[in-house]
Design a binder for this molecule. Structure first.
Ligand SMILES: C[S@@+](CC[C@H](N)C(=O)[O-])C[C@H]1O[C@@H](n2cnc3c(N)ncnc32)[C@H](O)[C@@H]1O
Length: 239
């Protein structure tokens, strides 16, 4: 009997934000695949999963380096897919865990595509998770969108141009991965007269969760990768 692969979202950080289905599958699978950017780094997804199920999990670590080099990425995605699919063919049920939701800026998408194309005999199912940006709106107790408002979600790691365009064309904007371009983003926000209408949130759902609308106080300081910004042009209701 072949095993099955699950792409499983563990939510943004708080173990209580796993879905009931994700919880059940984590307790049932034989193996948990843990994507990491560096072999020596601790996996946040695994620490969330382990806290949620409160049991020792059998794991297989997979390294996906943080690079924009397409060839390096492709080699790692191919290798990871081969390892996972082989385990499934051996009969193991496997959960490939991701922070937040597996279909939203996640390495799982590259594995999913390859499994479907190269291993059509292996069954793969996706278990959604709560995404970080909706969890962050809950942290600050402010709606992301209302009525006819538009929302753009931008990966803020590819230059300031797309961020400017999104801010000019939309009512509300979420900037994922805002850590690396933070200082330039603050300059842009000042130029567009949006200071006070933007909030920076880091590590939502972790014990050291933090947020502020005082963006200028953070300029020049190293930011956590697990952080994002929400800009609401109409302003906040109570922040
Ligand atoms: C590779 S993306 C993963 C997105 C994830 N799949 C999701 O559904 O939210 C990583 C980015 O998600 C955001 N992120 C993830 N967890 C977060 C958290 N607990 N607090 C704030 N931002 C978070 C940050 O912008 C980070 O750079």
């Amino acid at each position: 009997m072949k095993g099955k692969i699950y792409g499983l979202g563990v939510g943004p950080g708080d173990p209580e934000l796993l879905t009931l289905r994700a919880y059940r599958i984590l307790t049932e699978v034989d193996l948990v695949c843990v994507p990491k950017s560096k072999a020596e780094k601790e996996s946040l997804a695994l620490s969330i999963a382990a806290k949620a199920v409160n049991k020792e999990l059998e794991t297989m670590e997979l390294v996906f380096p943080m690079t924009h080099d397409k060839q390096i990425l492709k080699e790692h995605w191919d290798l990871a897919t081969e390892k996972i699919a082989e385990k499934a063919r051996e009969g193991k049920n496997i959960a490939f865990i991701t922070i937040g939701d597996p279909m939203f800026y996640s390495t799982y998408a590259y594995v999913l595509e390859r499994v479907k194309r190269q291993y059509p005999d292996v069954e793969i199912e996706t278990i959604p998770g709560i995404t970080a940006f909706t969890a962050c709106a809950s942290v600050i107790n402010e709606p992301l969108t209302e009525g006819d408002e538009t929302l753009a979600v931008i990966p803020a790691a590819y230059g300031i141009g797309p961020i400017r365009e999104a801010l000019e064309k939309n009512d509300n904007v979420v900037l994922m991965k805002v850590n690396s371009l933070f200082d330039e983003v603050v300059e842009l926000i000042k130029e567009l007269d949006l200071l006070g209408k933007a909030v920076y949130i880091s590590r939502a759902g972790y014990p050291d969760q933090f947020y502020t609308t005082d963006l200028e106080s953070l300029v020049g300081i190293d930011k956590n990768y697990m952080s994002l910004m929400i800009i609401r042009k109409a302003g906040w209701k109570s922040l």
